[in-house]
Each structure stands twice: as C-alpha cells, then as structure tokens.
Design a protein around this ligand. Structure first.
Ligand code: PGA
Length: 251
C-alpha cells in the first residue's frame, strides 16, 4: 500500500566529485531499487551534477531546504524554481538542525512546505522532540504542535504525496536510535493525528519515515514496524555500502 522510501540526507558533506563517485558506486551496488523509492539530498552545489548522474536511474533527488520566495534579494536562499530546474523531486523542510542552529520555526517551516507544494516538490516535513522534551513527558505535545504548525493551511487531499519524517533530536548523529517500540509509538500517534485531521485515506497513504542513527544493523527491525514506512538516513547515507544495505533491508 505505502511504498517504502529511503532518503539519504548528506547534510554539509560531499563535494561534486565525491557525489559523482558515490552515484557511480551506488549504481553498481544496486542495479535496481525494486519496490522502494530512493532519494539523496546532497549539498546544493552537487544537486545539478547528481541529477545528471541519476538520469535514467531509479534514484531521485531531494533538496535539504527550500525558500518560500521564487526569486529576489534573499542572499543564500534557494527557490523552488531552481530546485525544480535541476530535477529535484523532494524538499526536506524543518530538519532539526535547521530549527536548532538556524532559527527555523514552525511558521518558516510551514512557508517552506507551501513553497515546495507550489513547485510540485514533495515536502519531507521533519518533526521530533529533544531529550529534554522526552524526559519531561512532552514528546507528543511537541510533535503535535510541530505538525499543526508545519501543516497549517495545507490541504493534504489536494497533494498526491506528502512525507513526514519523525526524527527524535536526541537520536540524530548520536549513535542512539529510538527503540523500535519508541519509534513505532510516535509513528502510530502521527498516523492517528493525520486520521483525525485529514481522514483515513490520507492517513493511510502518507509515508512516515524514521530518522536518527539508522544503519544497516537496526534498519530492518525499524522498517518492519507497521507505521514506519522508510528512513531518513544521515551518517550511514555517506557510506555507499551501508546506504545500499539499508535499501536492501527495506524489501
Ligand atoms: P543520522 O541523521 O542518521 O546521522 O542520525 C539523520 C538525520 O539528521 O536526518
């Protein structure tokens, strides 16, 4: 029903040359992706070249962020027009590193999600609690308000696809993964939220990815959970063999 989706977020890693080397090795490692959607979000500087390298492959391109205006005096921002031109299919919005280090709020994340949809890019909306939130028993309050803020004014019934990524901040890049039970619990709550907010059909079709120290050794266990539809992979997506193994484990 929901096609598994594995997305690699390279963050601020990989030059154009390194990206092309990765793409060439990935094509050898994985002849076909099978029934899995696979995307890579490289740094903006490598989007074009990676897009060219991905032509005639089953791998898709994702942007790590998107700005809400199409053009103008917005130094260092990237518009959906540019992302579409280089062949992006997805745009990550609201990654916790953007929220933590660059002042993104639910309001700006929401504007970015709207911009993605306007340009026919599929948003990957990231939500997740910090360790402090979890220990204070506030996990769901935080995620619910991030969903409410991030999805404001978005009619999920009018989009063909929309992806949500649950990424507990304490599990990102720390080597600590949420237990499968912890992850599945939140994914189930997100699914319920979608059901209540937008109805069963949308809740059933929306893919919810897990992110936070996903690697080959834990991905299978996470991906078999009923409400975990894929993974947003950071560190392990920099290693082509590990990334290919995670994709294989999603079958
Ligand atoms: P990680 O990053 O896999 O390195 O924990 C995940 C992410 O930030 O998307």
């Amino acid at each position: 029903m929901r096609k598994p989706f594995i997305a690699g977020n390279w963050k601020m890693n990989n030059t154009v040359e390194e990206s092309l080397k990765f793409a060439a090795t990935l094509a050898v490692e994985l002849k076909a992706t099978g029934q899995i959607d696979v995307a890579i979000a490289p740094p903006f500087t490598a989007l074009y070249s990676l897009g060219v390298a991905f032509t005639d492959t089953e791998f898709d391109l994702a942007a790590q962020n998107i700005f809400w205006e199409d053009s103008g005096a917005y130094t260092a921002e990237i518009s959906g027009v540019f992302l579409k031109e280089v062949g992006c299919k997805y745009a990550i919005v609201g990654h916790s590193e953007r929220r933590q280090y660059f002042g993104e709020t639910d309001e700006t994340v929401n504007k970015r999600a709207h911009a993605a949809l306007k340009h026919d890019l599929i948003p990957i909306l990231c939500v997740g609690e910090t360790l402090e939130h979890r220990e204070a028993g506030k996990t769901w309050n935080v995620i619910e308000s991030q969903l409410e803020g991030g999805l404001k004014g978005i009619d999920l019934s009018s989009t063909t696809d929309f992806v949500i990524a649950y990424e507990p901040v304490w599990a990102i890049g720390t080597g600590k993964t949420a237990s499968t039970a912890q992850a599945e619990e939140v994914h189930g709550l997100i699914r319920n939220y979608l059901n209540e907010a937008s109805g069963k059909e949308i809740a059933d079709r929306t893919r919810i990815l897990y992110g936070g120290s996903v690697k080959p050794s834990n991905s299978r266990e996470l991906l078999v959970q009923p409400n975990i539809d894929g993974a947003l992979v950071g560190g392990a997506a920099l290693d082509v063999v590990q990334f290919a193994d995670i994709i294989r484990n999603a079958h």
